[in-house]
Ligand binder design. Sequence first.
Ligand SMILES: Nc1nc2c(ncn2[C@@H]2O[C@H](COP(=O)(O)OP(=O)(O)O)[C@@H](O)[C@H]2O)c(=O)[nH]1
Ligand SMILES: [Mg+2]
Length: 451
Amino acid sequence: MYSQSELQVHGDTIAAISTPPGTGAIGVIRLSGPQSFSIASDLAGDLPPPRQAGLRRLRDEAGMVIDEAVVIAFPGPNSFTGEDVVELQGHGGPAVLEMILERVIELGGRPARPGEFSERAFLNGRIDLAQAEAIADLIAASSRTAARCALRSLQGGFSRKIQMLVEDLIRLRVRVEADLDFSDEDIDPSAAQEIASRLEAMRSNLEELLNQARQGVRLGRGFVVVLSGPPNVGKSSLLNRLADRDVAIVTPIPGTTRDLLRAHIEFEGVSVEVVDTAGLRETSDPIEQEGVRRANEALAQADLILHLLDDCHPELSIASESLEASDVPVLQIYNKIDLSKGEAGRRKDDAYGVSALEGTGMQALRTGLMEKLGLSETPENAFIARARHVAALKSCLNGLCHAQEVHAEGFGAELLAEELRAAQNSLGEITGQVSNEDLLGAIFSTFCIGK
Ligand SMILES: Nc1nc2c(ncn2[C@@H]2O[C@H](COP(=O)(O)OP(=O)(O)O)[C@@H](O)[C@H]2O)c(=O)[nH]1
Ligand SMILES: [Mg+2]
Protein backbone atom coordinates (compact mmCIF):
# COMPACT_ATOMS: atom_id res chain seq x y z
CA MET A 1 0.00 0.00 0.00
CA TYR A 2 1.28 3.47 -0.83
CA SER A 3 1.74 5.68 2.17
CA GLN A 4 1.63 9.43 2.11
CA SER A 5 5.41 9.82 2.23
CA GLU A 6 5.85 7.82 -0.97
CA LEU A 7 3.83 10.43 -2.81
CA GLN A 8 6.70 12.84 -2.39
CA VAL A 9 9.28 10.81 -4.33
CA HIS A 10 8.53 12.38 -7.70
CA GLY A 11 11.28 14.95 -7.66
CA ASP A 12 11.74 14.83 -11.39
CA THR A 13 9.78 16.46 -14.16
CA ILE A 14 8.50 14.23 -16.93
CA ALA A 15 7.69 15.21 -20.50
CA ALA A 16 6.24 13.52 -23.55
CA ILE A 17 4.56 14.14 -26.86
CA SER A 18 0.94 13.36 -25.93
CA THR A 19 -0.59 13.43 -29.41
CA PRO A 20 -0.26 10.41 -31.72
CA PRO A 21 2.78 10.02 -33.97
CA GLY A 22 2.44 11.45 -37.44
CA THR A 23 1.35 14.82 -38.70
CA GLY A 24 -1.58 16.92 -37.53
CA ALA A 25 -2.62 20.53 -37.26
CA ILE A 26 -1.42 20.64 -33.67
CA GLY A 27 0.74 18.45 -31.48
CA VAL A 28 0.80 18.58 -27.71
CA ILE A 29 3.77 18.18 -25.42
CA ARG A 30 2.93 17.68 -21.80
CA LEU A 31 5.15 18.31 -18.79
CA SER A 32 4.48 17.34 -15.20
CA GLY A 33 6.59 17.87 -12.10
CA PRO A 34 8.15 20.55 -9.94
CA GLN A 35 10.28 22.05 -12.74
CA SER A 36 7.49 22.23 -15.32
CA PHE A 37 6.99 25.96 -14.96
CA SER A 38 10.68 26.87 -14.93
CA ILE A 39 11.42 24.67 -17.96
CA ALA A 40 8.43 26.11 -19.81
CA SER A 41 9.44 29.70 -19.09
CA ASP A 42 13.03 29.03 -20.18
CA LEU A 43 11.49 27.82 -23.42
CA ALA A 44 8.63 30.26 -23.89
CA GLY A 45 9.36 33.32 -21.77
CA ASP A 46 6.71 34.53 -19.35
CA LEU A 47 3.96 31.99 -18.82
CA PRO A 48 0.33 33.04 -19.24
CA PRO A 49 -1.80 33.18 -16.05
CA PRO A 50 -2.84 29.76 -14.67
CA ARG A 51 -5.22 27.81 -16.92
CA GLN A 52 -5.25 30.51 -19.58
CA ALA A 53 -3.97 29.96 -23.07
CA GLY A 54 -1.20 32.25 -24.34
CA LEU A 55 0.57 32.28 -27.68
CA ARG A 56 4.34 32.10 -27.19
CA ARG A 57 7.50 31.60 -29.24
CA LEU A 58 9.48 28.56 -28.16
CA ARG A 59 13.23 29.10 -28.51
CA ASP A 60 16.24 26.82 -28.54
CA GLU A 61 19.45 27.38 -26.59
CA ALA A 62 20.76 29.90 -29.13
CA GLY A 63 17.52 31.87 -29.02
CA MET A 64 16.30 30.60 -32.42
CA VAL A 65 12.57 30.14 -32.65
CA ILE A 66 11.62 26.42 -32.84
CA ASP A 67 7.86 26.90 -33.03
CA GLU A 68 4.98 29.14 -32.06
CA ALA A 69 2.79 27.39 -29.55
CA VAL A 70 -0.18 27.87 -27.31
CA VAL A 71 1.04 27.46 -23.75
CA ILE A 72 -1.19 26.56 -20.79
CA ALA A 73 0.03 26.16 -17.22
CA PHE A 74 -1.93 24.14 -14.68
CA PRO A 75 -0.59 24.64 -11.16
CA GLY A 76 -0.83 21.64 -8.82
CA PRO A 77 -2.60 20.26 -6.96
CA ASN A 78 -5.61 20.94 -9.20
CA SER A 79 -4.07 19.53 -12.33
CA PHE A 80 -4.41 16.18 -14.05
CA THR A 81 -1.44 14.67 -12.22
CA GLY A 82 -1.75 16.79 -9.09
CA GLU A 83 1.67 18.33 -9.89
CA ASP A 84 2.52 21.47 -11.85
CA VAL A 85 1.59 20.65 -15.44
CA VAL A 86 2.29 22.55 -18.65
CA GLU A 87 0.85 21.86 -22.07
CA LEU A 88 2.67 23.15 -25.11
CA GLN A 89 0.41 23.04 -28.14
CA GLY A 90 2.72 23.37 -31.09
CA HIS A 91 2.40 22.52 -34.76
CA GLY A 92 1.75 18.85 -35.25
CA GLY A 93 4.78 17.74 -37.24
CA PRO A 94 7.07 15.04 -35.88
CA ALA A 95 10.28 17.07 -36.46
CA VAL A 96 8.96 20.19 -34.71
CA LEU A 97 7.60 18.22 -31.76
CA GLU A 98 10.84 16.30 -31.39
CA MET A 99 12.83 19.54 -31.33
CA ILE A 100 10.59 20.95 -28.62
CA LEU A 101 10.80 17.76 -26.57
CA GLU A 102 14.57 17.67 -26.98
CA ARG A 103 14.82 21.23 -25.66
CA VAL A 104 12.57 20.34 -22.71
CA ILE A 105 14.91 17.44 -21.89
CA GLU A 106 17.99 19.73 -22.18
CA LEU A 107 16.34 22.05 -19.70
CA GLY A 108 15.98 19.26 -17.14
CA GLY A 109 12.90 17.26 -18.11
CA ARG A 110 12.97 13.47 -18.37
CA PRO A 111 11.15 11.46 -21.06
CA ALA A 112 8.01 9.97 -19.50
CA ARG A 113 7.45 6.23 -19.36
CA PRO A 114 4.23 4.79 -20.81
CA GLY A 115 1.27 5.75 -18.63
CA GLU A 116 3.43 7.80 -16.26
CA PHE A 117 1.13 10.85 -16.23
CA SER A 118 -1.85 8.66 -15.27
CA GLU A 119 0.33 6.83 -12.75
CA ARG A 120 1.24 10.11 -11.07
CA ALA A 121 -2.41 11.15 -11.09
CA PHE A 122 -3.14 7.89 -9.26
CA LEU A 123 -0.22 8.16 -6.82
CA ASN A 124 -1.20 11.73 -5.98
CA GLY A 125 -4.78 10.68 -5.27
CA ARG A 126 -6.33 12.55 -8.24
CA ILE A 127 -7.93 9.37 -9.57
CA ASP A 128 -8.11 5.81 -8.33
CA LEU A 129 -6.78 2.79 -10.17
CA ALA A 130 -10.08 1.87 -11.82
CA GLN A 131 -10.35 5.42 -13.16
CA ALA A 132 -6.78 5.34 -14.46
CA GLU A 133 -7.63 2.15 -16.33
CA ALA A 134 -10.77 3.80 -17.68
CA ILE A 135 -8.61 6.50 -19.32
CA ALA A 136 -6.83 3.79 -21.31
CA ASP A 137 -10.16 2.08 -22.05
CA LEU A 138 -11.76 5.31 -23.24
CA ILE A 139 -8.88 5.97 -25.61
CA ALA A 140 -8.97 2.38 -26.87
CA ALA A 141 -12.78 2.22 -27.15
CA SER A 142 -13.79 0.85 -30.52
CA SER A 143 -17.52 1.44 -30.25
CA ARG A 144 -19.68 4.30 -29.01
CA THR A 145 -21.17 2.24 -26.23
CA ALA A 146 -17.70 1.20 -25.05
CA ALA A 147 -16.61 4.85 -25.06
CA ARG A 148 -19.67 5.97 -23.08
CA CYS A 149 -19.17 3.20 -20.54
CA ALA A 150 -15.44 3.96 -20.19
CA LEU A 151 -16.27 7.60 -19.56
CA ARG A 152 -18.69 6.57 -16.85
CA SER A 153 -15.93 4.55 -15.16
CA LEU A 154 -13.54 7.48 -15.56
CA GLN A 155 -16.04 9.75 -13.84
CA GLY A 156 -16.09 7.33 -10.95
CA GLY A 157 -19.31 5.40 -11.63
CA PHE A 158 -17.67 2.05 -10.95
CA SER A 159 -15.39 3.29 -8.16
CA ARG A 160 -18.33 4.77 -6.24
CA LYS A 161 -20.08 1.40 -6.22
CA ILE A 162 -16.93 -0.24 -4.93
CA GLN A 163 -16.55 2.48 -2.32
CA MET A 164 -20.12 1.95 -1.08
CA LEU A 165 -19.41 -1.75 -0.61
CA VAL A 166 -16.14 -0.96 1.16
CA GLU A 167 -17.98 1.34 3.54
CA ASP A 168 -20.61 -1.32 4.27
CA LEU A 169 -17.80 -3.75 4.98
CA ILE A 170 -16.01 -1.30 7.27
CA ARG A 171 -19.21 -0.65 9.24
CA LEU A 172 -19.77 -4.34 9.69
CA ARG A 173 -16.14 -4.91 10.69
CA VAL A 174 -16.42 -2.22 13.33
CA ARG A 175 -19.57 -3.90 14.61
CA VAL A 176 -17.99 -7.37 14.64
CA GLU A 177 -14.71 -6.23 16.11
CA ALA A 178 -16.55 -4.52 18.94
CA ASP A 179 -17.93 -7.98 19.83
CA LEU A 180 -14.39 -9.30 20.20
CA ASP A 181 -14.11 -7.50 23.52
CA PHE A 182 -17.10 -9.38 24.86
CA SER A 183 -16.16 -12.77 23.52
CA ASP A 184 -16.58 -14.43 26.90
CA GLU A 185 -20.19 -13.46 27.17
CA ASP A 186 -22.96 -15.12 25.25
CA ILE A 187 -23.67 -13.44 21.98
CA ASP A 188 -27.04 -11.84 21.80
CA PRO A 189 -29.14 -13.83 19.26
CA SER A 190 -30.75 -10.70 17.86
CA ALA A 191 -27.30 -9.23 17.20
CA ALA A 192 -26.29 -12.45 15.42
CA GLN A 193 -29.42 -12.19 13.31
CA GLU A 194 -28.65 -8.59 12.43
CA ILE A 195 -25.13 -9.47 11.30
CA ALA A 196 -26.49 -12.36 9.23
CA SER A 197 -28.90 -10.10 7.40
CA ARG A 198 -26.25 -7.45 6.77
CA LEU A 199 -23.95 -10.13 5.34
CA GLU A 200 -26.74 -11.36 3.10
CA ALA A 201 -27.52 -7.85 1.85
CA MET A 202 -23.87 -7.23 1.05
CA ARG A 203 -23.54 -10.53 -0.74
CA SER A 204 -26.48 -9.75 -2.97
CA ASN A 205 -25.17 -6.23 -3.78
CA LEU A 206 -21.83 -7.75 -4.60
CA GLU A 207 -23.37 -10.36 -6.89
CA GLU A 208 -25.15 -7.63 -8.78
CA LEU A 209 -21.96 -5.62 -9.12
CA LEU A 210 -20.11 -8.73 -10.29
CA ASN A 211 -22.68 -9.24 -13.04
CA GLN A 212 -22.41 -5.62 -14.09
CA ALA A 213 -18.63 -5.89 -14.13
CA ARG A 214 -18.77 -9.04 -16.28
CA GLN A 215 -20.97 -7.14 -18.71
CA GLY A 216 -18.50 -4.24 -18.47
CA VAL A 217 -15.66 -6.52 -19.57
CA ARG A 218 -17.68 -7.64 -22.59
CA LEU A 219 -18.63 -4.06 -23.44
CA GLY A 220 -14.96 -3.19 -23.45
CA ARG A 221 -13.73 -6.01 -25.63
CA GLY A 222 -16.87 -6.55 -27.69
CA PHE A 223 -19.17 -9.60 -27.64
CA VAL A 224 -18.46 -12.97 -29.18
CA VAL A 225 -21.36 -14.91 -30.70
CA VAL A 226 -20.61 -18.40 -32.02
CA LEU A 227 -22.67 -20.34 -34.55
CA SER A 228 -22.97 -24.06 -34.02
CA GLY A 229 -24.99 -27.05 -35.14
CA PRO A 230 -24.77 -30.08 -37.40
CA PRO A 231 -23.28 -29.75 -40.90
CA ASN A 232 -25.37 -28.20 -43.66
CA VAL A 233 -28.06 -26.58 -41.51
CA GLY A 234 -27.13 -23.12 -42.81
CA LYS A 235 -24.64 -21.74 -40.28
CA SER A 236 -22.48 -20.07 -42.92
CA SER A 237 -25.56 -18.73 -44.67
CA LEU A 238 -26.72 -17.20 -41.39
CA LEU A 239 -23.29 -15.63 -40.81
CA ASN A 240 -23.53 -14.01 -44.23
CA ARG A 241 -27.02 -12.74 -43.39
CA LEU A 242 -25.97 -11.29 -40.05
CA ALA A 243 -22.88 -9.65 -41.56
CA ASP A 244 -24.83 -8.56 -44.60
CA ARG A 245 -22.03 -9.66 -46.90
CA ASP A 246 -20.47 -12.79 -48.32
CA VAL A 247 -18.08 -13.79 -45.56
CA ALA A 248 -18.31 -17.57 -45.69
CA ILE A 249 -18.42 -20.10 -48.50
CA VAL A 250 -21.84 -21.74 -48.74
CA THR A 251 -22.30 -25.03 -50.59
CA PRO A 252 -24.75 -27.94 -50.37
CA ILE A 253 -21.80 -30.16 -49.38
CA PRO A 254 -21.71 -31.02 -45.68
CA GLY A 255 -18.36 -30.17 -44.08
CA THR A 256 -17.65 -27.07 -46.20
CA THR A 257 -16.56 -24.90 -43.29
CA ARG A 258 -13.49 -26.08 -41.36
CA ASP A 259 -11.59 -23.08 -40.09
CA LEU A 260 -13.22 -20.58 -37.78
CA LEU A 261 -14.52 -17.60 -39.71
CA ARG A 262 -15.04 -14.29 -37.97
CA ALA A 263 -17.10 -11.28 -38.97
CA HIS A 264 -17.22 -8.02 -37.04
CA ILE A 265 -20.66 -6.55 -36.87
CA GLU A 266 -21.73 -3.40 -35.13
CA PHE A 267 -25.12 -3.85 -33.49
CA GLU A 268 -26.54 -0.58 -32.17
CA GLY A 269 -23.17 0.88 -31.28
CA VAL A 270 -21.81 -2.33 -29.77
CA SER A 271 -19.15 -4.40 -31.45
CA VAL A 272 -20.10 -8.04 -31.90
CA GLU A 273 -17.91 -10.71 -33.44
CA VAL A 274 -19.86 -13.53 -35.05
CA VAL A 275 -17.88 -16.76 -35.44
CA ASP A 276 -18.83 -19.45 -37.93
CA THR A 277 -17.62 -22.97 -37.18
CA ALA A 278 -17.35 -26.42 -38.70
CA GLY A 279 -20.55 -28.43 -38.22
CA LEU A 280 -20.34 -30.75 -35.23
CA ARG A 281 -20.25 -34.37 -36.29
CA GLU A 282 -18.20 -37.53 -36.00
CA THR A 283 -15.85 -37.61 -38.95
CA SER A 284 -12.76 -39.49 -40.09
CA ASP A 285 -11.45 -36.56 -42.13
CA PRO A 286 -8.50 -35.17 -40.12
CA ILE A 287 -9.07 -31.62 -41.44
CA GLU A 288 -12.69 -31.66 -40.41
CA GLN A 289 -11.76 -33.23 -37.06
CA GLU A 290 -9.49 -30.29 -36.38
CA GLY A 291 -12.35 -27.98 -37.45
CA VAL A 292 -14.67 -29.64 -34.94
CA ARG A 293 -12.03 -29.30 -32.23
CA ARG A 294 -11.69 -25.58 -32.98
CA ALA A 295 -15.47 -25.23 -33.04
CA ASN A 296 -15.72 -26.69 -29.55
CA GLU A 297 -12.96 -24.40 -28.35
CA ALA A 298 -14.76 -21.34 -29.74
CA LEU A 299 -18.05 -22.47 -28.19
CA ALA A 300 -16.48 -22.64 -24.76
CA GLN A 301 -15.35 -19.02 -25.01
CA ALA A 302 -18.55 -17.58 -26.46
CA ASP A 303 -20.76 -14.97 -24.81
CA LEU A 304 -23.69 -16.46 -26.70
CA ILE A 305 -24.19 -19.55 -28.85
CA LEU A 306 -26.55 -19.58 -31.81
CA HIS A 307 -27.44 -23.24 -32.16
CA LEU A 308 -28.87 -24.00 -35.59
CA LEU A 309 -31.11 -26.85 -36.65
CA ASP A 310 -32.78 -27.65 -39.94
CA ASP A 311 -36.49 -27.03 -39.40
CA CYS A 312 -37.27 -29.88 -41.81
CA HIS A 313 -35.24 -32.27 -39.62
CA PRO A 314 -35.09 -30.73 -36.15
CA GLU A 315 -34.35 -34.16 -34.69
CA LEU A 316 -30.97 -34.19 -36.46
CA SER A 317 -29.00 -32.59 -33.72
CA ILE A 318 -25.96 -34.02 -32.08
CA ALA A 319 -25.25 -33.41 -28.46
CA SER A 320 -22.31 -31.12 -28.07
CA GLU A 321 -20.26 -31.48 -24.95
CA SER A 322 -19.41 -27.80 -24.90
CA LEU A 323 -23.07 -26.88 -25.26
CA GLU A 324 -24.14 -28.97 -22.32
CA ALA A 325 -21.19 -28.49 -20.04
CA SER A 326 -20.84 -24.75 -20.35
CA ASP A 327 -23.00 -22.06 -18.85
CA VAL A 328 -22.92 -20.02 -22.06
CA PRO A 329 -26.45 -18.89 -22.99
CA VAL A 330 -27.90 -20.45 -26.13
CA LEU A 331 -30.45 -19.33 -28.73
CA GLN A 332 -32.03 -22.21 -30.63
CA ILE A 333 -32.58 -21.37 -34.28
CA TYR A 334 -34.70 -23.39 -36.72
CA ASN A 335 -33.47 -22.58 -40.22
CA LYS A 336 -34.86 -23.27 -43.70
CA ILE A 337 -38.45 -22.39 -42.80
CA ASP A 338 -38.96 -21.64 -46.49
CA LEU A 339 -38.77 -25.42 -47.04
CA SER A 340 -40.49 -26.57 -43.85
CA LYS A 341 -43.23 -23.90 -44.05
CA GLY A 342 -42.48 -23.44 -40.33
CA GLU A 343 -43.31 -20.45 -38.21
CA ALA A 344 -41.06 -17.39 -38.63
CA GLY A 345 -39.70 -15.25 -35.81
CA ARG A 346 -39.79 -15.97 -32.11
CA ARG A 347 -41.35 -19.33 -31.32
CA LYS A 348 -40.74 -19.50 -27.65
CA ASP A 349 -38.42 -17.63 -25.36
CA ASP A 350 -35.11 -18.72 -26.78
CA ALA A 351 -36.15 -20.31 -30.07
CA TYR A 352 -36.48 -18.62 -33.43
CA GLY A 353 -37.59 -19.69 -36.90
CA VAL A 354 -35.66 -18.16 -39.81
CA SER A 355 -34.74 -18.63 -43.42
CA ALA A 356 -31.12 -17.64 -43.88
CA LEU A 357 -31.68 -18.07 -47.62
CA GLU A 358 -34.59 -15.65 -47.90
CA GLY A 359 -33.95 -13.49 -44.84
CA THR A 360 -37.27 -14.14 -43.11
CA GLY A 361 -37.41 -13.98 -39.33
CA MET A 362 -34.08 -12.13 -39.15
CA GLN A 363 -35.37 -9.01 -37.45
CA ALA A 364 -36.90 -10.98 -34.57
CA LEU A 365 -33.65 -12.95 -34.28
CA ARG A 366 -31.54 -9.78 -34.15
CA THR A 367 -33.78 -8.37 -31.42
CA GLY A 368 -33.58 -11.64 -29.47
CA LEU A 369 -29.82 -11.70 -29.86
CA MET A 370 -29.46 -8.18 -28.44
CA GLU A 371 -31.78 -9.05 -25.57
CA LYS A 372 -29.88 -12.21 -24.76
CA LEU A 373 -26.58 -10.30 -24.71
CA GLY A 374 -28.13 -7.83 -22.28
CA LEU A 375 -27.85 -5.04 -24.85
CA SER A 376 -31.46 -4.27 -25.71
CA GLU A 377 -31.21 -1.38 -23.34
CA THR A 378 -27.70 -0.63 -22.20
CA PRO A 379 -28.49 0.61 -18.72
CA GLU A 380 -27.65 4.21 -17.98
CA ASN A 381 -25.23 3.09 -15.32
CA ALA A 382 -23.29 0.50 -17.34
CA PHE A 383 -19.55 0.93 -16.95
CA ILE A 384 -16.46 -0.60 -18.42
CA ALA A 385 -14.50 -3.14 -16.41
CA ARG A 386 -11.51 -5.42 -16.76
CA ALA A 387 -10.87 -9.09 -16.06
CA ARG A 388 -8.77 -7.98 -13.08
CA HIS A 389 -11.84 -6.28 -11.56
CA VAL A 390 -14.00 -9.36 -12.08
CA ALA A 391 -11.36 -11.53 -10.39
CA ALA A 392 -11.18 -9.17 -7.40
CA LEU A 393 -14.97 -9.03 -7.08
CA LYS A 394 -15.11 -12.83 -7.21
CA SER A 395 -12.53 -13.10 -4.48
CA CYS A 396 -14.48 -10.59 -2.39
CA LEU A 397 -17.63 -12.64 -2.95
CA ASN A 398 -15.76 -15.77 -1.84
CA GLY A 399 -14.68 -13.92 1.28
CA LEU A 400 -18.25 -12.90 2.05
CA CYS A 401 -19.53 -16.43 1.51
CA HIS A 402 -16.88 -17.70 3.92
CA ALA A 403 -17.90 -14.99 6.35
CA GLN A 404 -21.50 -16.18 6.13
CA GLU A 405 -20.46 -19.78 6.85
CA VAL A 406 -18.23 -18.77 9.72
CA HIS A 407 -21.04 -16.71 11.18
CA ALA A 408 -23.76 -19.33 10.65
CA GLU A 409 -21.68 -22.01 12.28
CA GLY A 410 -20.82 -19.79 15.23
CA PHE A 411 -17.03 -19.90 14.80
CA GLY A 412 -16.76 -16.62 16.58
CA ALA A 413 -16.16 -12.98 15.89
CA GLU A 414 -12.42 -13.31 15.40
CA LEU A 415 -12.65 -15.52 12.32
CA LEU A 416 -15.54 -13.49 10.99
CA ALA A 417 -13.54 -10.28 11.32
CA GLU A 418 -10.66 -11.91 9.48
CA GLU A 419 -12.87 -12.96 6.55
CA LEU A 420 -14.35 -9.49 6.30
CA ARG A 421 -10.91 -7.92 6.30
CA ALA A 422 -9.85 -10.18 3.42
CA ALA A 423 -13.03 -9.33 1.51
CA GLN A 424 -12.35 -5.63 1.93
CA ASN A 425 -8.77 -6.04 0.71
CA SER A 426 -10.03 -7.66 -2.49
CA LEU A 427 -12.17 -4.61 -3.20
CA GLY A 428 -9.24 -2.34 -2.38
CA GLU A 429 -7.25 -3.95 -5.19
CA ILE A 430 -9.75 -2.61 -7.70
CA THR A 431 -9.41 1.02 -6.73
CA GLY A 432 -5.75 0.72 -5.75
CA GLN A 433 -6.27 1.33 -2.04
CA VAL A 434 -4.44 -1.95 -1.74
CA SER A 435 -1.76 -2.29 -4.40
CA ASN A 436 1.82 -3.24 -5.02
CA GLU A 437 4.47 -2.12 -7.45
CA ASP A 438 4.11 -5.21 -9.65
CA LEU A 439 0.40 -4.63 -10.15
CA LEU A 440 0.90 -0.94 -10.90
CA GLY A 441 3.77 -1.70 -13.25
CA ALA A 442 1.66 -4.25 -15.09
CA ILE A 443 -1.23 -1.82 -15.46
CA PHE A 444 0.54 1.38 -16.44
CA SER A 445 3.10 -0.21 -18.76
CA THR A 446 0.27 -1.11 -21.15
CA PHE A 447 -0.61 2.58 -21.56
CA CYS A 448 0.94 4.58 -24.35
CA ILE A 449 3.51 7.31 -23.80
CA GLY A 450 2.14 10.73 -22.96
CA LYS A 451 -1.00 9.38 -21.33
N1 LIG B 1 -33.86 -23.54 -48.63
C1 LIG B 1 -32.93 -23.10 -47.82
N2 LIG B 1 -31.66 -23.50 -47.99
C2 LIG B 1 -30.73 -23.01 -47.16
C3 LIG B 1 -31.04 -22.11 -46.11
N3 LIG B 1 -29.88 -21.81 -45.44
C4 LIG B 1 -28.90 -22.50 -46.05
N4 LIG B 1 -29.41 -23.24 -47.09
C5 LIG B 1 -28.65 -24.13 -47.96
O1 LIG B 1 -28.14 -25.21 -47.21
C6 LIG B 1 -26.86 -25.60 -47.70
C7 LIG B 1 -25.85 -25.54 -46.59
O2 LIG B 1 -25.69 -24.18 -46.16
P1 LIG B 1 -24.45 -23.68 -45.36
O3 LIG B 1 -24.71 -22.27 -45.00
O4 LIG B 1 -23.19 -23.97 -46.09
O5 LIG B 1 -24.56 -24.62 -44.10
P2 LIG B 1 -23.47 -24.94 -42.96
O6 LIG B 1 -22.80 -26.20 -43.34
O7 LIG B 1 -24.27 -25.11 -41.70
O8 LIG B 1 -22.54 -23.78 -42.89
C8 LIG B 1 -26.55 -24.65 -48.84
O9 LIG B 1 -26.88 -25.29 -50.05
C9 LIG B 1 -27.44 -23.46 -48.59
O10 LIG B 1 -27.81 -22.77 -49.76
C10 LIG B 1 -32.41 -21.70 -45.97
O11 LIG B 1 -32.80 -20.91 -45.09
N5 LIG B 1 -33.31 -22.23 -46.84
MG1 LIG C 1 -20.52 -23.73 -43.07
